[in-house]
Ligand binder design. Structure first.
Ligand code: PAF
Length: 300
C-alpha cells in the first residue's frame, strides 16, 4: 500500500488497468464496497482522499467535515486499495482554479438550487482526477444519484476515455443510508432519520406493485417525513436517471430522491428504479449485518 501526494507520482506507481475510487475520506462501507468492486476488475486500485473545498457551499460545513487520514488508509488497504492518493490543496489547486466544469441542465434540480456551486466543485475536481490519474474505470456510489448522473454526462461530453461505474447504496442494519455525516446524529435524530429509508421502502413496494404516478410515489415518502417532528424536508422528487429532470410519471429509468435536515445535519437518500422487461425494479441498496466501521472507536 502506497500513499501518494502528486498526480505524477500516482501515475508512475500505478500499473496495468487502473480503478479509481474518489472519496473525501472518513470512510464507511459504502466507500469500501466501491474499493472491493474496483479490486475485482482492476490491476491497480487507487483511492483518492481529498476534502474538496470547491464543492462546499458553506464554510461551516467544510470546517466540520470529519477527517481521519490514518483510519482511512488502514480501512482502504484492508478493502484492497493499492494506492491512497492524498493530495494537499496546493497539488489539486496550484493556482486559482479559473477553469470550472459545469454540467448544465443536470445540475438545475434537486440538490442544485439548494447547494449553489456544489456540482461545479464536484465536476471540476472529478475532471482533474480523471485527467491526472487517467483511470480505466472510476467508481461512484448511487447514494449521490445526481452526482453520479453529472459525472457520467461530464465524462462523455468531455471525452474522458475511462468508464464510470455506479455502486449500490450501502445501508446500516436498520436502513439508514451510510454517510460520513451520520456520526453527527444524536440517538434521537438518528431514530427520526429512519423515516427517510422507511418512506423510500414503501415507495419502492408501491412501484413494484405497478404504481407509476410520481405524485403518489412521492407522497408516501413525504407522509413518513412529515410525521417526524425532528425532520425538516427539503425535497422529495422523482427524477430521470440520465438528465435528472423531474418526472410526473415513472416512464423511464428514474430515482426517487430526497433531502432532509435532522437538526444541523443534512441527509440525502434515494431509491433507483431500473427498467426490466414489463416494468421497473427498485434498487433498495444493501444492508449491513453488523455495526458500521463509522462507529468503531479503534479501542479494542
Ligand atoms: O462523493 C464524494 O465524496 C465527492 O463528491 C467526490 C466524488 C469524491 C468529489 O470530491
Amino acid at each position: 500500500m502506497r500513499i501518494t501526494k502528486s498526480f505524477a507520482e500516482t501515475r508512475l506507481v500505478a500499473s496495468g488497468s487502473v480503478g479509481l475510487v474518489p472519496t473525501m475520506g472518513f470512510l464507511h462501507e459504502g466507500h469500501l464496497s466501491l474499493i472491493e468492486m474496483a479490486r475485482e476488475s482492476s490491476d491497480t486500485v487507487v483511492m483518492s482522499l481529498f476534502v474538496n473545498p470547491l464543492q462546499f457551499d458553506r464554510e461551516d460545513d467544510l470546517a466540520r467535515y470529519p477527517r481521519d487520514v490514518e483510519r482511512d488508509v488502514e480501512l482502504a488497504a484492508a478493502a484492497g486499495a493499492d494506492i491512497v492518493f492524498a493530495p494537499d490543496v496546493d497539488e489539486t489547486y496550484p493556482q486559482e482554479q479559473l477553469a470550472r466544469v459545469n454540467v448544465t441542465e443536470l445540475s438545475d434540480e434537486l440538490e442544485g438550487p439548494n447547494r449553489p456551486g456544489h456540482f461545479e466543485g464536484v465536476a471540476t475536481v472529478v475532471a482533474k482526477l480523471l485527467a491526472g490519474i487517467q483511470p480505466d474505470q472510476s467508481f461512484f456510489g448511487r447514494k449521490d444519484a445526481q452526482q453520479l448522473a453529472i459525472i457520467r454526462r461530464m465524462a462523455v461530453d468531455l471525452s474522458f476515455p475511462g468508464t464510470i461505474v455506479g455502486g449500490p447504496i450501502v445501508r446500516e442494519g436498520d436502513g439508514l443510508a451510510l454517510s460520513s455525516r451520520n456520526i453527527f446524529l444524536s440517538a434521537e435524530k438518528r431514530r427520526a432519520a429512519l423515516a427517510l429509508s422507511r418512506g423510500l421502502g414503501v415507495a419502492a413496494d408501491l412501484v413494484e406493485a405497478g404504481e407509476a404516478d410520481g405524485e403518489v410515489i412521492g407522497a408516501v415518502v413525504l407522509g413518513e417525513i412529515d410525521a417526524e417532528p425532528l425532520l425538516e424536508v427539503e425535497y422529495v422528487t422523482l427524477a430521470s436517471q440520465d438528465l435528472v429532470q423531474p418526472l410526473a410519471a415513472l416512464d423511464r429509468p428514474a430515482f426517487l430522491a430526497l433531502a432532509a435536515w435532522a437538526g444541523k445535519t443534512r441527509l440525502i437518500d434515494n431509491v433507483h428504479f431500473d427498467a426490466v422487461e414489463g416494468g421497473f425494479v427498485a434498487d433498495r441498496g444493501r444492508r449491513l449485518e453488523d455495526a458500521s466501521v463509522l462507529y468503531a472507536t479503534g479501542e479494542g
